[in-house]
Design a protein around this ligand. Sequence first.
Ligand SMILES: Nc1ncnc2c1ncn2[C@@H]1O[C@H](COP(=O)(O)OP(=O)(O)O)[C@@H](O)[C@H]1O
Ligand SMILES: [Mg+2]
Length: 283
Amino acid sequence: MKTVSILNHKGGVGKTTLTGCTAQALALTGFRVLAVDNDSQHNLSTMLGTGVCEPTIRDAYINSETEAPQQFLHAVRKTEIENLHIITSSRYLRDSDVPNDCHLQRVVDKCDPGRFYDYMLIDNAPGLDRLQESAINASDEIFVPTELKQFAVNGITEMEQILKDRFPDGPHITKIIPNYYRDTKRHNSFIAALNSLFPGRITSTAIPIDRVFDELIIEGKILFLHRLYSKGAAYYLKLIHELFNLDEEEAWERMMEKRKERISDEARERYYRQRNSEEREQQ
Ligand SMILES: Nc1ncnc2c1ncn2[C@@H]1O[C@H](COP(=O)(O)OP(=O)(O)O)[C@@H](O)[C@H]1O
Ligand SMILES: [Mg+2]
């Protein structure tokens, strides 16, 4: 199992969107995925359709190392997508819940989720405090989505320095993903700057601005099932190919199949709902 933390000390850069969309894409193409919501705003829990479900990740933090592994496993919930499970978060989750920054790592080691999953993806709150440190220690790699602004570029350099100081043997930032991309001179020059600062780690796929991401949240929809033909889905498929070596064409075909299944399931449900209500009216 590979564990990836999605991290950026800034908010609103697309961490939750990246975690949710990649988790869905991996699961829809047949991998077994555990998504972990490590943010008290619990946006990932909302995005993946479960909302907050007790016990949450907080229970894995506030219990002793003997109790916590059981809580961690009890906290796992199924989502609408087969093979995609989630540990939801709680609005009460605080840095002070973390007993020490190796707690989560030890809990995960004891549970050995690698028996059940190919990937564990941890969505983090902005910042670089105890909750994030805890996730970093439990991770093999770090992915950083970023906006294309001067402060954001400076921020990643700082973040990398902090990570090196605090986690000399810890996981590295392996991928930096430009988000909210527009094909303008300014954005292209930020990407060039990022490439010279972090050679080989900037994904060649930059995610463009697309309203589809907000629509998904409002409508509770799934990018690769309900908006497969959107610009956002096309770029995310390219990105996932880069991040996880997924065959893009194969992924597209599998998602097309799932999408067809979904459309016919929904049509069948609508038909039965309508028939039942007509029958009730006639009685
Ligand atoms: N490429 C994009 N284009 C347009 N909107 C986006 C894009 N990526 C994310 N968003 C939207 O931006 C907002 C912040 O994204 P989110 O993933 O919640 O950021 P974070 O988790 O870093 O705070 C959300 O409303 C999301 O739908
Ligand atoms: Mg978020």
